[in-house]
Every structure is written in C-alpha cells, then in structure tokens.
Write a protein of this length. Structure first.
Length: 237
C-alpha cells in the first residue's frame, strides 16, 4: 500500500524529518504518535506533497509518488484531512461534499457515495443545508472526513482528528474510522492521544525529533502505554 523509504524533509534549510521509513498495509490502521514538534505534521505534509522531500522515496502500490504534485497523489488514492480541516466555510455542507464528488478519482471497487456519508455521520446529514462555518468543531471534522472519503481514497491520512473535540464526538468519529477497513480503506492516523489510538490502530510508529524511534506492533499498545520510561521519553507524558 504505502511505504516511505529514508524520507528526509523540512522547511528551507532546516531539516526536520530524517530517514523516516513507515509502511501502511492494505486495510491497516497505522498510527503515528509523538510529542509536540516531533515532526508528525511535517510527515503528513510530505506524504501528500505539500512539502518536497530532500531525500528518500514515497511509494504507493508500487508507484513512486515522490515527484508527483498533490493532486496527482490524490489520483493514486490518497486523501488527507489536515489539522485545520480547510473546508469552504461559506458553502453549505452539501456543497462542500458535492465539490469533493466532482474531484473524486474514478470509482474504485468499494465506492463511497453521498448517501453513505449521511449514514456514517447522521449528525451532519441533518445539517446539509447549513453553511459549514456555522457548524461546531466536531461537526466540521465530520464534514472534513466525509469530504475526504468522497474523493474515493484507499488511504485516508488524518492529522490529529481528536484535537479540541468533546469525548463523545471523538468516539463517534473513531467508530466510523475503525469501520473504514471493511470498505478497503487504510488509515494513517496522526494522534497525540495514544490511549485513543490504541483503540483502533493495528500498529504504530513513535516519532521523536524527526525520526521514527520506536515501533508498536500488533497487540503491543497496552505494553507500550504501560512502559512509563518510553512514554515519558517520547511523548513527554
Ligand atoms: N512552516 C514551518 N516553517 C518552519 N518550521 C516549521 C514549520 N512548520 C513546522 N516547523 C517546525 O518543524 C518541527 C516539526 O513540526 P511539526 O508540526 O511537524 O510537529 P508535530 O509533531 O506535528 O507537532 P504537534 O504535535 O504540535 O502538531 C517543529 O520544530 C516546528 O517548529
Ligand atoms: Mg502536528
């Protein structure tokens, strides 16, 4: 599915990511965790083409995406929900979602329809006619996820989906995200809340100062969370 090899990137002359190698398999939920400033968002931006890497490769389904612009990476099935969601505030929920449909890549096997998104997020279905800027943060996050899904990705990348949201909304969102694998969609989840991540992620990578410093394998989340030394060193907890 997705692999990065020896990825390096940063801002101007400042290198942030160094030798980052991660892998997301078909239908897998993989998490990236790490303290503030570890480089998680920089990794997301580099994978979706908003920052050009200075070294290394990004490969998806055997295709080298490293030199492709963002919109072409979307054509290869990557969709992303960035930290600030970037919705069209003045447009209604329905208009935001329809715009995504227009831009979607051609249908994949398990196509997500407009009606599906209403079933996944009944709360936003009730607000289809509202301008997005009038919605709560949690509702906007749901619209952002629905919009990303309508691009028909097979890999959804999310940067800190739980930030600023009430626990109940986070639970609703997690339930939807956890169900995506059944539709053949893999998930790369950046999240500081490790307890939350451990509920849905199969595996994880721990980032610190721009490097992958630890991996969490299947069934290893509880052990990782119980390891005070590791958690303190890498998550500042
Ligand atoms: N546009 C930018 N220009 C220069 N430096 C930046 C820029 N964006 C981020 N950085 C720096 O890159 C480093 C990694 O930041 P990044 O946002 O990737 O971390 P993060 O792990 O996502 O942190 P957080 O958990 O706070 O979101 C930080 O030292 C940050 O100051
Ligand atoms: Mg970040």
């Amino acid at each position: 599915m997705l692999e990065t090899h020896q990825l390096a990137s940063g801002y101007g002359k400042m290198t942030i990511l160094r030798e980052v190698g991660i892998r997301v398999g078909d239908g897998e939920v993989v998490a990236i965790v790490g303290a503030n400033g570890a480089g998680k968002t920089t990794l997301v931006r580099t994978i979706c083409g908003l920052i050009a890497p200075s070294a290394g490769k990004i490969v998806k389904n055997g295709v080298d995406l490293t030199q492709l612009p963002t919109h072409k990476r979307m054509r290869h099935g990557i969709a992303v929900v960035l930290e600030n969601r970037r919705l069209w505030g003045e447009l209604t929920v329905r208009e935001n979602l329809r715009l995504a449909e227009v831009n979607a890549r051609s249908a994949s096997s398990s196509r997500i329809t407009f009606e599906d998104t209403a079933k996944l997020f009944p709360v936003i279905a009730e607000r289809h006619a509202s301008p997005v800027e009038l919605l709560s943060g949690g509702e906007q996050q749901m619209v952002a996820i629905a919009r990303a899904l309508l691009m028909q990705p097979d890999l959804l990348i999310m940067d800190e989906p739980s930030t600023g949201l009430a626990p109940k909304i986070v639970k609703d969102i997690l339930r939807v995200l956890g169900g995506l694998r059944e539709r053949g969609i893999s998930l790369l989840l950046v999240e500081q809340n490790v307890a939350l991540v451990s509920e849905i992620a199969d595996r994880g990578y721990v980032m610190s100062v721009g490097r992958i410093v630890h991996t969490v394998g299947p069934g290893e989340w509880a052990g990782f969370l119980a390891d005070e030394k590791l958690v303190k060193a890498y998550l500042g907890g």
